[in-house]
Write a protein that binds this ligand. Sequence first.
Ligand code: ADP
Ligand code: ZN
Ligand code: ZN
Length: 739
Amino acid sequence: MANLYADVIIEISHEKLDRPFQYRIPDHLRESIAPGARVLIPFGNGGRTIKGYVVSVSDTPAIEEYRIKSIIEQVIPDYAHEPEAQLVALAVWMKHHYGGTLIQSLKVVLPVRATIKQKEKKTIRLTVGKDELLSTIDQCNKKHQKARARLLEALLECPEIDYSLAASRLNITMATLKPLAEKNIIAVDSEVAYRNPKMLIEADGNKKNLTEAQQKIVNSFIADYDMGFTQPCLIHGVTGSGKTEVYMELMDHVIKKGRQAIMLIPEIALTFQTVMRLSKRFGSRVSYLHSKLSAGEKYDQFERAAKGEIDIMIGPRSALFTPFARLGLIIIDEEHETSYKAENMPKYHARETAIERANLAGATVVMGSATPSIDSYFAAKRGEFRLYELKERISNNGLPTVHVVDLREELRRGNLTIFSDKLRSLMEDRLSKHEQIMLFLNRRGMAGFVSCRKCGHVCKCPHCEVSLSLHRNGSLVCHYCGYEEKFTHICPKCGSKYIGTMKAGTEQIEEAVRKAFPNARVLRMDADTTKKKDDYQKILSTFADGEADILIGTQMIVKGHDFANVTLVGILAADLSLHINDYRSAERTFALLTQAAGRAGRADRPGEVVIQTYSPEHYGVATSAAQDYNKFYEEEIGYRRLGGYPPISHMLKILVEDADAREGKTVATYMAKLAEYYKPKSTIGPAPDSISKIKDVYRYVIYIKDDDYEKLVDIKDKMEQWRQVNNVGKSTVQFDFDA
Ligand code: ADP
Ligand code: ZN
Ligand code: ZN
């Protein structure tokens, strides 16, 4: 019997994760040692016994056989209570489920101990008493110093605030602080290193009396939780229906039972308010992560969690890997958000990964959204998730009034401008009342699909039901199957010549707004106007201070920002994102429009929304205008069934990149042949990716569909094995499941 060898990593939270050491697997452990196994090994010249994790197993010694030491013993960890073992097991699952190497997965789940120098950190601290503070707030309000007033009001609730959080979420800058510091109302402390973002706040224990609908969810959760049922739950609740209040109640229960909770929120929605709200309820045992933390700061946060110094961790995707030893609950707010999917290998989805971590920890996952992802709602309908609904807003003011404008109609009437008559007249109205307006340009999918301005026709692939993209050489190309046709500049449906790609960008819109409303003060937020670090902040702060009437922007302005004085939202070209060559385009459009509409209006002044579109009859637009999620879901799931798309079927996208076009194509072609051999339901491609070349690297894609996810995993494994054995050329291969 040939010897087997294991590559073992020893310092788990170390930058040297890349350098495993090889050990011989003793015969009695041949059967049980697999990647992820925890082992005891002799290390160094003194033969010290230390702990390590196996990352791979092979039958080839890397050095002379006699120099390889033997594994001493395997240790079976207690997954439920040992976070490190839990996270290593999670990494093994991620490697299996999403592809890539185990090292890649380990780097995602384990924080690397810092060697990087920590950045300077600023904390804003209140230095006066409550009375003086209140009178200063009064003065600021009288002088229309709105940013200052906002900051002081926040300090009223929380006398020490992390500067970066305040800057980004309260829309203030250093210039706001200076005069206040000069008058000794606040102090700004700088520290080179501190262990946790400062939120000095007293828990007030104040909780609201839940509504009947909220209480029902809480009771049901508690009953299940206390009996050890850990089925994932999905709360479908319109914005403002009290989901966050429910989350807090669930966390409260879990913490009282001696366990801990993770709350995931999309980065962009990580508001000052969210952290404040939780801190007020739970005091200083709440911490949070955000993407601006250095690796060292993140590591420190994770250390505190591992030591049990905190009960709740709030943060984006990566907070999922908080090493709590008694994890009881994972909450995923806005679970439909695309930022929950990782962009690099392993391309994991936080939802699926959370469910896996919860399985290992014996914890429950609770997801919530006003526009649940089709994947989650489907799982809920099939009984995999428990479905809860919150149908009403807590406050009595209704949802905004939505007007849908058919742009084809405008063209017929001779209106060639970018404003429909409806939008123009509502804008005039708001400007005269000194209320604010947001104009949202849906730029998703600007990448060259072709449509007719007269009849709304969109050129689509006859084989794939996705839109074709116009290439510079003048042909229309399908990026799923490679189908190609000549672009004729004449609409195939109505014969008009008003057919082409949409060109309107934010700049053109700004120009048009300035021309149509010369007296309005206009701000534009897009990639061009936010090049410098503070630009983003400055624009939002100017708008929040009422120093502009109209804010024009892309997706950036839609999420997470609430401006009290905005009573009109115009959505220009709502349907651009409907025709991206992606089967999720209707889902994204529905969520985006519903979100954008939600920006309009507040308690005392209900808002209005104008959706301008060439396809008012498209179910993605029509159902979002009617705020009817269930109708949208029914239509969408029908479409997925027809096309064999997830969640009905599963899909593996393989991306092959190579600087040499021929090499790349050869590898991709071989991969596709290899896949065919295992007889999946369908193999499409290889075809050039929708971005066929980036920085002189050519990109080919293959789509493989099958009802059985594990079959796709098998195919992925076979491809990875083939790559290892035939390491020809320099192609890189990436896997993306249900992309
Ligand atoms: P969501 O998370 O669904 O958007 P929130 O939990 O933020 O909703 O609730 C919306 C608003 O209603 C918040 O200001 C919240 O404080 C308030 N609220 C929620 N539940 C109650 C309740 N039971 N009684 C009174 N106010 C509530
Ligand atoms: Zn096609
Ligand atoms: Zn036409």
